[in-house]
Ligand binder design. Structure first.
Ligand code: SF4
Ligand code: SF4
Length: 208
């Protein structure tokens, strides 16, 4: 693993992460709330931009544990929530005329953190000794030209702060989705997109 303080990256604005057909733009429930507030969207408008991406094969416990964004139970099986894409694989919010994101200021966590993933190292079990481990995601290593030996070394403190916030958000999202999955398993709710979004909009904890 590369020392986080030696990671190199600068975004070249190539748009690969917004247009790669095999890359899913994962969203947390907090991303959905930010989109709803930022774009002043009604329920139906949210339904028009969000999809459930159902896994095409059964996932093992081990695979599930390794997933950064927790999947949810749906009528068709376990799925990720993500922004919809067109049939070319481009994100709904990608403006290909100028290669820009139409919702840059409220873009999802996935986009704000790309090309990095984050973990916490806490070898002594003491919060004061926690360090954020930053690494490139596997997808990013494949197609992000910003990861390059000519790119500048990243500002560790800046990305470490983003990493810390991201880890907290993923944790909240995990618990939110756990509660949803439990309600589905107990037959308390019909697991369709509409009910999932309604549950988010009615959540007690809407703050990030
Ligand atoms: S793939 Fe990398 S360089 Fe290209 S837009 Fe995404 S983050 Fe920037
Ligand atoms: S939301 Fe914006 S930054 Fe994220 S994939 Fe879509 S166009 Fe790209």
């Amino acid at each position: 693993m590369i020392n986080p303080k030696e990671l190199r990256f600068i975004c070249t604005r190539c748009g690969n992460c917004c247009t790669d057909k095999d890359t899913l733009v994962n969203i947390s429930y907090l991303d959905i709330l930010r989109l709803q507030t930022g774009l002043k969207l009604e329920l139906q408008e949210l339904l028009d931009i969000i999809g459930f991406y159902v896994f095409d094969k059964k996932l093992t416990e081990n695979t599930l544990k390794k997933m950064v964004v927790s999947p949810i139970e749906t009528e068709r099986g376990l799925a990720f929530t993500g922004l919809l894409k067109n049939n070319l694989g481009e994100c709904f919010f990608y403006n290909k005329n100028n290669s820009k994101c139409l919702i840059y200021n409220i873009r999802p966590m996935f986009c704000r953190t790309f090309p990095f993933s984050f973990n916490i190292s806490n070898l002594r079990g003491n919060k004061a000794n926690e360090n954020i481990i930053i690494n490139y995601t596997e997808k990013a290593k494949n197609y992000c030209p910003g990861i390059n030996s000519d790119s500048p070394i990243i500002e560790y403190d800046y990305w470490s702060q983003i990493g810390s916030e991201t880890i907290k958000e993923l944790e909240k999202n995990f618990h939110f989705n756990e509660r949803w999955n439990s309600r589905v398993k107990n037959g308390k709710i019909v697991p369709n997109v509409k009910n999932y979004i309604k549950t988010i909009l009615n959540a007690d904890d809407k703050k990030d």
